[in-house]
Each structure stands twice: as structure tokens, then as C-alpha cells.
Design a protein around this ligand. Structure first.
Ligand SMILES: Cc1ncc(CO)c(N)n1
Length: 223
């Protein structure tokens, strides 16, 4: 799974942290069904709150975009988060007796707070490329995990989660975001982005967000 040409370069620059994120014990527990249900529901409530702020960050990207095409992809991603991805959270939680009001009133864990506000700040302090570098590990990491688990999962306990991220709609979104990143980086850093003085900073943003993803899974295992 590559999702464009920039993503594999950023992923490689994140080194072992990428593997620690995408092969986290929480992910292994989704794949073989061994993840305790209370940990999963706790994670899902936190992830609902995460997605609220994540959608805000994609909406910020609309305001940071330079072209109509960039705006369109960011607006479509914001909508997909709110209308498609969050459905998994709302419906799974409702089936477990956690209604929308409880979801919305839940308190954010520090690991959650740190991650979403880091992404938002990347957008506020930086430009469109900075924001995309901070958003990329979330969108594309879950795409990579979902695609792998759709192939490898040995239990169907968490099939709804795996189906959401491994499914055609989410995978198409990842391809679109990968292309958005390639275009945005070429437009702002030039035809050889790796040689731009901005490149290390973007790699750093991606790597920081990757570490925050590891922290999010860790948080998920501690209901
Ligand atoms: C923590 C986290 N990262 C990425 C995604 C994918 O959108 C998600 N739902 N939650």
C-alpha cells in the first residue's frame, strides 16, 4: 500500500516508530479478537472525540488550501469523517448502551488531547504542507492497518472496525489524500521536495504525529 510517492518517504523517515504504530499490540488484538471489549469501547469513545477535532483540522485545511482542487479534497475529507467514519463510533457505542449525549460529554484523555491539539497547532502555526504532514499518519496509517487486517484478521470480533478502514470507501479516501499530499508538496517545495530546506521539518511533523498515534493506542489499552 503506497498512497502516492510522498507518504512512503515520510513513513521511512519515521523509522521504527511507524512499525510500533501500525503493529501495536492494540492492532494485534483487533486482528485476532483478543482485545478486551471494554478497552475497545473506551478507545472508541475517545476516538469519537478525536474525530471531532480531526474534522476541525481538515476544515482548517480548507482555509489553508491554495487551489479549488485542494479545497475540494479537504472539504470532502471533512465530510467523510463526519458522515462515514463517525457512524462506526456512534452505532457501535449505541449498541453497547453508550448514547450520543454520553459520547459528546466524555472527557478527553491527555493522550487524545495532545494528539488533536498538536495537529491543529501544526495547521495554525504552519502552512498547508505542515498541516498535511501532521494529518497524514492518522489517515494513511489507519488505511494501511485496515487493508492489512482485512487480509490477515483471524477473528471477526472487530470486523466492523476492520471493514470501515479496510473497505473500498476508506481506501479510496486514502488514495485521494495521498495524491493531495503529492500535489501540495510539489506545489510548495518544488519538483525535488526532498532537497527543499522545508523537507526535514515536514518529516519531523509526520514523525511526531506517528509517536502520538502510538500514545493513542497505549491509551486505548488502559481503560
Ligand atoms: C487516533 C486515530 N487516528 C487515525 C484515525 C483515522 O481517521 C482515527 N480514527 N483515530
Amino acid at each position: 500500500m503506497s498512497y502516492g510517492r510522498t507518504f512512503p518517504l515520510w513513513r521511512a523517515a519515521a523509522g521504527g516508530d511507524w512499525r510500533a504504530y501500525t503493529r501495536h499490540p492494540f492492532v494485534a488484538g483487533l486482528a485476532d479478537g483478543s482485545l478486551p471489549r471494554d478497552a475497545f469501547l473506551h478507545y472508541l469513545v475517545q476516538d469519537y472525540l478525536f474525530l471531532v477535532h480531526f474534522a476541525r483540522a481538515w476544515a482548517l485545511a480548507v482555509t489553508k488550501a491554495d487551489t479549488i482542487e485542494e479545497m475540494r479534497t479537504c472539504a470532502a475529507t471533512t465530510q467523510a469523517l463526519i458522515d462515514d467514519e463517525m457512524r462506526l463510533h456512534v452505532e457501535t457505542c449505541a449498541a453497547a448502551g453508550i448514547d450520543a449525549a454520553v459520547l459528546q460529554a466524555a472527557e478527553e484523555r491527555p493522550a487524545n488531547l495532545a494528539y488533536t491539539r498538536y495537529v491543529l497547532d501544526a495547521g495554525h502555526a504552519g502552512d498547508f504542507a505542515d498541516l498535511l504532514a501532521a494529518l497524514a499518519p492518522c489517515v494513511l496509517g489507519y488505511g494501511e492497518i485496515g487493508a492489512r487486517l482485512a487480509d490477515e484478521a483471524t477473528a471477526d470480533t472487530y470486523r466492523d472496525w476492520i471493514g470501515t478502514y479496510g473497505g473500498a470507501d476508506y481506501q479510496a479516501l486514502c488514495a485521494e489524500v495521498g495524491a493531495l499530499i503529492d500535489g501540495a508538496v510539489a506545489r510548495r517545495l518544488g519538483p525535488a521536495p526532498e532537497d527543499s530546506p522545508r523537507w526535514p521539518g515536514l518529516c519531523r511533523r509526520f514523525a511526531t504525529a506517528t509517536r502520538l498515534e502510538i500514545g493513542f493506542w497505549d491509551m486505548g489499552l488502559a481503560p
